[in-house]
Design a protein around this ligand. Structure first.
Ligand SMILES: *Cc1c(COP(=O)(O)O)cnc(C)c1O
Length: 387
């Protein structure tokens, strides 16, 4: 009898081991539930893994993005460019600070922001008109940040790399060097999320990485209410209890239990990434000779947060897979078509390539604990539908 799943197969899923549970339990029994030693340890190990100088652990990826726009001083009148094919938070972080979101259409081969379109947009306005760029390593495929940096330098922009999909991913620069996503060499700041479907899962959680010491100091203060306890930075010192709130910050802290979980998961990150790449290679091979299925471009440094196919009848395939216990998903509904952004003046038709991509895309199961048998079943069901 052919394989039948005895449980639904989602498009993405966390992997929690006994040792994950153990480290969380140990932290629950320790002196610190928050602001303890696990936070710094997670930051240090994450920074080392990514290859960045500094890392700041926060409550979620959206908080990470908000801290970045705050640290960069985004304010009303500032204009920032991002991609329409991303999670809304990549754009929303600009709005939190009162800035204006602008979009550049995607390259249909990769579904990444098309830097040629970004250049055209920048060149159509006087220098200084735009302030920043938020490229997204969509699905785990790293943006060419060397090219993005050149553009940014030419037009005076900062860069926040939204690397939520790509911890461990890299692209190869013109010197032949592997530039790891979030390593701080090219972007001013980079952000990650530890939502359950992401590579490293803490439930809620996020990280900012940077090589810039001034931005790093700002992030630390803004994460904790704008309060500093550093005597060197205080205006006066009344005693051991004394601290100063110097700027309007937030409580974007992450608890120690979640950092303990993150540290443990980080230890398996490379194994998870290797498995994702193995699954992707199998999908690529399985669909290579099926003209009805289009796959996005691949690359050696692809981190495969998602595996996306494009088919003519996407809704048909989505519904068919559900009857087979396979819960595919769509990434993403273009941000500019969301009612909130339409109220700000964006319209359907503004970014036709993103809209075309959205009409046909489907994210199929991609997570390290997906078994070979389950993957074969997924492939067989998709082939059956398009046949
Ligand atoms: C998950 C995600 C975020 C937001 O992260 P949260 O931790 O859910 O707040 C931002 N950008 C992208 C591209 C994401 O995938």
């Amino acid at each position: 009898m052919p394989f039948q799943p005895n449980h639904p197969i989602p498009y993405g899923r966390q992997h929690i081991t006994d040792s994950d549970i153990q480290v969380v339990t140990q932290t629950l029994q320790s002196d610190f539930l928050t602001q303890g030693p696990k936070v710094g340890e997670f930051e240090e190990k994450f920074a080392a893994y990514i290859g960045a100088r500094y890392a700041v652990a926060v409550s979620n990826g959206t908080a990470a993005l908000h801290l970045c726009t705050l640290a960069l001083g985004v304010q009303p009148g500032h204009r920032v460019i991002t991609t329409p094919i991303t999670f809304a938070a990549s754009a929303n972080c600009v709005r939190y600070c009162g800035g204006e979101v602008h979009f550049a259409d995607i390259d249909p081969a990769t579904a990444l922001i098309d830097l040629k379109k970004v250049r055209a947009l920048l060149a159509a306005h006087p220098k200084g008109y735009f302030h920043g760029l938020i490229p997204v390593d969509f699905a785990g495929l790293p943006v060419n940040l060397e090219a993005a940096r050149q553009l940014a330098d030419e037009f005076g922009l900062w860069i926040i790399e939204d690397a939520c999909h790509a911890p461990g991913g890299f692209f190869t620069d013109s010197q032949g060097l592997e530039q790891r996503c979030g390593n701080g060499q090219l972007a001013d700041l980079a952000i990650f999320s530890f939502h359950p479907v992401k590579h490293i899962a803490t439930g809620e959680g996020g990280m900012v990485t940077t090589n810039n010491p001034e931005l790093y100091e700002k992030l630390l203060t803004l994460r904790t209410h704008g309060i500093t306890k550093d005597p060197a930075r205080m205006h006066r010192h009344d005693g051991g209890w004394y601290m100063e709130m110097q700027t309007l910050g937030y409580n974007y802290r992450i608890p120690d239990m979640l950092c303990a979980l993150g540290i443990n998961q980080l230890g398996r990150a490379d194994a998870g990434l290797a498995r994702r790449r193995e699954l992707a290679a199998r999908y690529n091979q399985a669909f290579a000779n099926v003209p009805a299925i289009r796959c996005l471009a691949t690359a050696p440094g692809h981190a495969y947060h998602l595996y996306i196919i494009q088919v003519e009848d996407r809704k048909g395939l989505y519904d068919f897979l559900r009857t087979k216990q396979i819960f595919a998903q769509v990434h993403y509904i273009p941000v500019h078509t969301m009612p909130y952004y339409q109220e700000l003046g964006w319209n359907e038709g503004d970014f036709p390539l993103a809209e075309q991509y959205y009409a046909h895309c489907l994210s199929i199961p991609m997570f390290p604990t997906l078994t070979d048998e389950e993957q074969q079943y997924v492939i067989a069901c998709i082939r059956e539908f398009v046949a």
